[in-house]
Design a protein around this ligand. Structure first.
Ligand code: PEP
Ligand code: MG
Length: 506
């Protein structure tokens, strides 16, 4: 009890020094966590997680207090040190004008979800005075990754003009909703949509997606305060599958861990990006894996468009184990339901670099491959996708990334296996053109990027794309690759695609 008084006293003192209530709590808890983490006694050292939990609860309570009287209007900008995907999706997202955080980087999970929702987002603004921005006017420029607090009149006028230009570009893109994704020299490229929320499905259908390339099944899990039951899951999956009836829907099994936290199942790890994530977690919890697989299989009855994708695969043995569980569940569900269920095609995500060197072995087990470039780049370049300090090192234009992907596509074709890509790289028109040249069978992206990528495909002949790929893989520097692509786009009437690289950090 005495200890709580000590904490309370320190929080009050820190507040008196000029920090806001939330800042003071964080500061004091962080200091005590650091102290306890160094203790020699095991019991005391393990109290670190209790302290963190206490801090989280106080902050959550303060946040509730803070926001309960504030209504979110269509002009609201959501600001925080870190905003989790779970917290974001619980808000009235259609009303949020922009998001700004001091932590995170362009490929954090929350940013990907925000992008899919079409919310301009700037993250990694390390100097952001989070607690002093209540009711302050701001301009959020997600193209350049800049935030202007209390902007002067001239800047406001300029941004109003830019907003008008943007509306014009969006209008121009609308015509691509009904066009086919065919290059001027007649090559068709399949564009799929990445989904998680129903709004992605609706927009994907409206924008002519030919299937779902990645259903992030962790998102509905984040929306609840406990693991959803089998029947609850079945109903959610059925919605996804039925909206894309007659088209393939690739459902990824639960991919939690690292920056994908469930509010009711926190995983605390030193090095979480290399830790208990994706299939590593679900194979340790076969009951969670099986309830998901059973729900997916039941949801697919009569639709037959289900494909299952395994995330964060490192070893062949993980796939063997998953396939065993899948087969067992497939037989059991058919027996229980007394109905024949088409066996879903099974694929793995290429996210861990080890997979790049074992395609032959994996090809004997699975039906398709899908590149998770967000994680693959993180591990290939050894750069944390959430760390704003090293955001400039993270680039999908890195020559090693391009060379690795080129070889991967060749390998997959050698083994006659379809290869798609569902990371953010597929949604950037500049890199999408390179992926098309490499020979990816499908590009899957957020619904907010489909029209821009389709426009680029409709304007760049495959022969040009192949020549560009040949030229850029020989370059040694990611910035040179990007400039090379920008130059081509600007000189071929696609200049408005170039600045639309929406998520940049400052
Ligand atoms: C990826 O890693 O590229 C991917 C699609 O998965 P996520 O972003 O959900 O980790
Ligand atoms: Mg991933």
């Amino acid at each position: 009890m005495l200890y709580y008084y000590v904490l309370l006293y320190e929080i009050k003192e820190t507040k008196r020094e000029g920090r806001g209530a939330q800042g003071a709590v964080k500061h004091v808890i962080d200091r005590h966590v650091a102290l306890f983490a160094q203790m020699e006694d095991d019991y005391l050292r393990e109290r670190v997680s209790d302290l963190k939990d206490l801090g989280r609860r106080i902050l959550a309570a303060l946040q509730e207090d803070d926001t309960s009287h504030k209504e979110i209007t269509s002009e609201s900008i959501l600001i925080g040190e870190e905003i989790s995907t779970a917290a974001l999706v619980e808000l009235p997202v259609d009303k949020i004008a922009a998001i700004v955080t001091s932590e995170g980087a362009a490929n954090s999970h929350m940013v990907i979800v925000a992008r899919a929702l079409g919310i301009p987002t700037v993250v990694g603004v390390t100097e952001l005075p989070v607690n002093n921005l209540d009711d302050v006017e701001m301009i959020v420029d997600a193209y350049q990754g800049r935030v202007f607090v209390n902007p002067p009149r001239r800047l406001r006028t300029r941004y109003k003009e830019i907003q008008k230009e943007e509306e014009q570009i969006a209008k121009d893109l609308k015509q691509y909703e009904t066009k086919d994704s065919i290059t001027p020299d007649g090559v068709t490229v399949k564009l799929y949509v990445n989904t998680g929320l129903m709004i992605d499905v609706v927009r994907g259908v409206q924008r002519g997606a030919k299937g779902v390339g990645l259903y992030r099944s962790e998102i509905p899990f984040m929306l609840r305060d406990r693991f959803p039951g089998e029947e609850e899951q079945r109903a959610i999956y059925r919605q996804q599958l039925s909206h894309f009836a007659n088209k393939p829907v690739i459902m990824r099994t639960l991919d939690i861990g690292a920056d994908k936290d469930l509010p009711y199942f926190q995983i605390e790890e030193e090095n979480s990006a290399l830790g208990w994530r994706g299939i590593r977690f679900t194979l340790d919890h076969p009951e969670i894996f099986s309830s998901q697989i059973r729900a997916m299989l039941k949801a697919s009855i009569g639709l037959n468009n289900l494909h299952i994708l395994l995330p964060m695969v490192t070893n062949v043995s993980e796939v063997e184990e998953a396939l065993y569980l899948l087969e067992r569940d497939w037989l059991a569900v058919q027996e229980e339901e007394q109905v024949k269920i088409t066996k879903p095609k099974i694929g793995i995500m290429v996210e861990v670099p080890s997979v790049l060197l074992q395609i032959g072995e994996f090809a004997e087990l699975v039906d398709f491959f899908s590149v998770g470039s967000n994680d693959l780049i993180q591990y290939l370049l050894a750069v944390d996708r959430n760390n704003p300090r090293v955001a400039s090192v993270y680039s999908h234009f890195h020559p090693s990334v391009l060379r690795a992907l080129t070889r991967l596509v060749q390998e997959c074709h050698k083994y006659d296996k379809p290869i798609s890509i569902c990371g953010e790289m597929a949604g950037d028109p500049l890199s999408a053109i390179l992926l098309m040249a490499m020979g990816f069978n499908t590009l899957s992206m957020s619904s907010s990027n489909i029209l821009r990528v389709r426009k680029a495909i409709c304007h760049v002949p495959m022969t040009d794309a192949q020549k560009l790929l040949e030229e850029v893989v020989a370059l040694s520097n990611p910035l040179m690759v990007k400039s090379w692509m920008e130059y081509y786009f600007k000189h071929h009437g696609l200049g408005d695609m170039v600045k639309s690289n929406r998520m940049v950090n400052i």
